[in-house]
Ligand binder design. Structure first.
Ligand code: AMP
Ligand code: ZN
Length: 483
């Protein structure tokens, strides 16, 4: 079996091989840290984590870079609007971004460069382009002349002649370009009301880098001039990635990235989830409503990355139940009596684990078909449960094989390990608090203050604790707040 990915550049599914044997160099467009990221953004990041984990599971070493866009039009605008420094906008957002990252069980990547820490490399890249004759300068700003780069727009399958401005553009209409389709590499001056929120010295005078330039400079700084994989959401294809290719390849004369992988959008109420539409949820808001991170992660990964996924709270509950089934299955394996000598009628659990591994690999090798990978896993769970229902004991080797299969599944999907943490987190503290609240409620009832007793019951329920009054006193259990 060979690993294959859909390459946006060729619009085909191609066998994957990194340039250096066994080592994948991968660049991921990171967040713009002007406001807390929403779960739409995290669909892209969770899928990139799945890609990374699967490459590792297939035996590759991965060097992944994900930048932080901490200077661009949106971050600058936020600083101006709030009357604070750029750093005062970006530092707290960066912090919450990594909190959410951890909540979702995303692996740390090798490098998280900040754009503001790499301005010299960006200036250097503009200089190389200038020397190569790809740029022109006007009023302290430097532009990339797309006519001078043959093949411009190939990634997005666009004809530069027919190009209309779409996607995310950097407020470039304020710049006096020779050709409206050109893009700004270096934005000159402390212009108008932007003040000096973000200004660096350069050979063209004071200014700041354009957004596209940032990613090319940081990618090449850490990964060399040709990457194996460049990822992002489909909204990044044009103009961001088209311009990254133009400026990188014009500077180096080499292909910038061999594979381009793009994730489709997460929708909400039938529309792309976005800040501007306002139809978004953050990880924090969902967790505050009692949803488990493992369910959020599962939901984001459950559909093939090249299909749109419509987010609903109902879907999130289904995802939670799915993770619960896997979790219970693993518990059952641990609790099933085992024997080294199971006899001839014992179910062939090793066979189930082996055929799972084959189908799982086949699915994920095929352009990361996560939904088929999950399908194979639930087939294994269903068949193993049936087999265990009718067997008094199971072979030690068979149970171990199934446990290993679940371990492998989780090395890639990472939902069971999240769920483990959720089951145990804060339990001692919680228990102490619950016991104390139950005592307070009993005291209120004894004093016939039923209003207060009910309020305490609701307070507990709000934290996911349900009470049951019985002859031997009040018992409590955890329930999902989302139910
Ligand atoms: P930004 O912070 O806007 O630069 O976006 C960070 C990442 O999130 C990019 O890879 C975007 O393509 C991706 N993204 C933004 N909105 C969505 C969405 N609704 N669904 C999936 N990915 C998204
Ligand atoms: Zn980028």
């Amino acid at each position: 079996m060979t690993l294959r990915f859909h390459n946006t550049l060729t619009r085909t599914v191609q066998d994957f091989e990194p340039a250096e044997e066994g080592h994948v160099r991968m660049y991921t467009c990171g967040p713009t840290v002007y406001e807390r990221a929403h779960i739409g953004n995290f669909r892209a990041f969770a899928w990139e984590d799945l890609l990374r984990r699967y490459l590792k599971w297939r035996g590759y070493r991965v060097t992944q870079v994900m930048n932080l866009t901490d200077v661009d039009d949106r971050t600058i605008q936020a600083a101006i609007d709030r009357g604070v420094s750029l750093e005062q906008v970006t530092a707290p957002v960066t912090e919450t971004f990594f909190e959410d990252w951890e909540t979702l069980g995303l692996e740390p990547v090798e490098h998280n460069p900040r754009a503001t820490g790499h301005v010299p490399q960006m200036i250097d890249l503009v200089r190389r382009l200038e020397e190569g004759g790809f740029t022109y300068e006007k009023d302290g700003s430097v532009y990339f002349a797309i006519d001078r780069f043959p093949g411009y727009g190939r990634l997005a399958n666009i004809d530069p002649e027919a190009l209309r401005v779409g996607g995310r553009v950097e407020g470039d209409e304020n710049y006096p370009k020779e050709n409206p389709r050109d893009f700004v590499l270096w934005k000159g001056g402390a212009r108008g009301d932007e003040g000096d929120v973000a200004v660096w010295g350069s050979p063209w005078g004071p200014g700041r880098p354009g957004w596209h330039l940032e990613c090319s400079a940081m990618a090449m700084e850490y990964l060399g001039e040709t990457l194996d994989i460049h990822t992002g959401g489909v909204d990044n294809i044009f103009p961001h990635h088209v311009n990254e290719i133009a400026q990188s390849e014009a500077a180096t004369g080499k292909p910038f990235s061999r594979w381009w992988l793009h994730a489709e959008h997460l929708l909400s109420e039938g529309e792309k989830m976005s800040k501007s539409v306002g139809n978004f949820y953050t990880i924090e808001s969902l967790v505050d409503r009692g949803h488990r991170p493992s369910a959020i992660r599962y939901l984001l990964l459950s559909a093939h990355y090249r299909t749109q996924l419509n987010f609903t709270l109902e879907g999130l509950k289904d995802a939670d139940r799915a993770v619960g089934r896997l979790f219970e299955f693993r518990r059952r394996l641990a609790e099933t009596p085992s024997t080294d000598d199971p006899g001839v009628d014992a179910p062939d659990l090793e066979g189930l684990a082996n055929s799972w591994r084959e189908s799982f690999t086949e699915a994920l090798d095929d352009d990361l078909n996560a939904s088929d990978g999950l399908g194979a896993t639930f087939t294994m769970v269903r068949e193993a449960n049936l087999a265990l229902d009718s067997a008094a004991t199971a072979s030690t080797a068979g149970l171990e094989a199934l446990e290993a299969a679940l371990g492998d599944f989780d090395a890639v999907f990472g939902v069971l390990s999240l769920r483990d943490g959720e089951e145990t987190s804060g339990s001692a503290e919680l228990e102490e608090w619950v016991v104390q609240r139950i005592a307070a409620r009993a005291a209120a009832r004894a004093g016939r203050d039923f209003g207060r007793a009910d309020a305490i019951r609701d307070e507990l329920l709000d934290r996911g604790v349900a009470l049951e009054d019985g002859p031997s006193g009040t018992r409590w259990k955890l329930v999902s707040k989302a139910d």
